[in-house]
Design a protein around this ligand. Structure first.
Ligand SMILES: C[S@@+](CC[C@H](N)C(=O)[O-])C[C@H]1O[C@@H](n2cnc3c(N)ncnc32)[C@H](O)[C@@H]1O
Ligand SMILES: Nc1nc2[nH]cc(C(=O)O)c2c(=O)[nH]1
Ligand code: SF4
Ligand SMILES: [Mg+2]
Length: 246
């Protein structure tokens, strides 16, 4: 049986989020998500077609029908290796919804010698456990109710942190004007349980459909509060929009 997955786009850019900001990455965006965050800038519904960028930054694409096969994605990503690329970034939507496809794809991709960077909402621990040995860097979101509009998925996040295993990981949390101290304390408690060594990135929300960013003094206060509990807490905004890149 041919394994397939719905992919919305494949493009190269600079990593616009988190501690690897500025590194050259190739991005694969999978369609579909198990969550609906109120602030989401890329809901990535399953579309009929997948766009693959021809020249970096030009926004000229070749279009392919969905779903995509493992071999098609291997062909498109074969050059995403050192020295030109730091990593292949898998994002979405939620990439871990496609664990069967990813397992097969990543076995092939690793034969090229590439590094894999996974962007995930941190709520699918079983899929993470299956793929942990094939992923090099995990960018795990922790989802706060004030920002997402749904309850804190605490049990899923806790199990997810355990499932990551040997991969290098950091946690990203999108914060805004409604983020409370109690929520930040809950994030710190979650991370402290795992020896407290995971880096925490506070990612200021980029305003989307009425979601309000936190004022500057509040951002600094939030960082200070988390630094009292965790050793490495960074405030890093999204920069790809500012740069005008994908
Ligand atoms: C679109 S999501 C895809 C990966 C996965 N579903 C997740 O939520 O981590 C990629 C990253 O963008 C962040 N993000 C989405 N909308 C944002 C916004 N308006 N401002 C700041 N970060 C945002 C998410 O929190 C996540 O860290
Ligand atoms: N340049 C750039 N950096 C990113 N980092 C995470 C992204 C995402 O959508 O997951 C993203 C994206 O869409 N573009
Ligand atoms: S989990 Fe990620 S892709 Fe899904 S709605 Fe939230 S931010 Fe968007
Ligand atoms: Mg994005």
């Amino acid at each position: 049986m041919t394994i397939t997955a719905p992919v919305t786009e494949v493009f190269t850019s600079v990593q616009g989020e988190g501690p690897y900001l500025g590194c050259r990455h190739m991005f694969v965006r999978f369609a579909g998500c198990n969550l609906q965050c109120a602030y989401c800038d890329t809901p990535a519904p399953a579309g009929r077609r997948c766009r693959v960028e021809n020249t970096p930054g030009r926004r000229v694409f070749t279009w392919y029908p969905n779903p995509v096969t493992v071999q098609m994605l291997l062909d498109w990503t074969s050059r995403a290796v050192a020295p030109h690329f730091h990593a292949l970034a898998l994002t979405g939507g939620e990439p871990l919804l496609h664990a069967d496809f990813l397992e097969s794809f990543l076995v092939g991709f690793r034969e090229y010698g590439g590094r894999c960077y996974l962007e995930t909402n941190g709520t699918l621990p079983e899929a993470m456990k299956r793929l942990a040995r094939l992923v090099d860097i995990v960018a795990m979101d922790v989802k706060l109710p004030s920002m997402t509009g749904f309850p804190f998925p605490e049990a899923e996040h806790r199990r997810f942190l355990e499932a990551i295993g040997p991969a290098h990981a950091f946690v990203k949390v999108v914060v805004g004007s409604e983020t409370t101290d109690a929520e930040l304390d809950a994030v710190c408690a979650l991370l402290s349980a795992g020896a407290g060594r995971t880096m925490l990135v506070l990612q200021p929300v980029t305003p989307v459909s009425g979601v309000r960013p936190a004022p500057p003094e509040r951002l600094l206060e939030m960082q200070e509060r988390c630094l009292a509990r965790l050793p490495d807490v960074r405030v890093i905004p999204q920069v790809h929009r500012t740069l005008g890149v994908l």
